[in-house]
Write a new protein. Structure first.
Length: 134
């Protein structure tokens, strides 16, 4: 049986309690980060597009940090947008502030009609492998 450990950063307990899912699950040296959106700890959606994209990556960073990982450990990124490819240039400029080369993760992007909360324009999930195991 594979050992799995839920990763719940401080401030994300309400996600587990309210929606019954883990912000992250650690299996061995691999961390699976649930889709993160641009909302703060009180679940308030950030209105400004650039600020919402920044919040998405802040939330990903909280999960990575809580498990002892960094953005450099990300090997796969999936993103969903309500305006695709329209929001792609702005999203990429924000993403590039957080995820640096020279080795980039794989990346897949999708367009969706909407999300679970009004005002959300993007969701991003990642998979990371601990640096020594990558």
């Amino acid at each position: 049986m594979v050992t799995r450990r839920m990763i719940i950063p401080a401030g994300m307990e309400n996600i587990v309690e309210r929606y019954h899912y883990a912000p992250g699950v650690l299996v061995g040296d691999t961390l699976f980060v649930s889709g993160q959106v641009g909302r703060d700890e009180s679940l308030r959606v950030i209105e400004d597009k650039e600020a919402q994209f920044e919040q998405v990556f802040r939330n990903i960073g909280k999960v990575l940090d809580a498990a002892g990982f960094s953005f450099a450990d990300i090997v796969e990124l999936e993103s969903w947008f309500t305006s695709f490819p329209g929001d792609l240039p702005l999203f990429m400029s924000v993403k590039d502030r957080w995820i640096k080369g020279p080795v980039f993760p794989t990346w897949t992007g999708f367009q969706v009609s909407n999300f679970s909360m009004p005002g959300i324009i993007c969701e991003v999930k990642v998979t990371a492998i601990r640096g020594d195991a990558a």
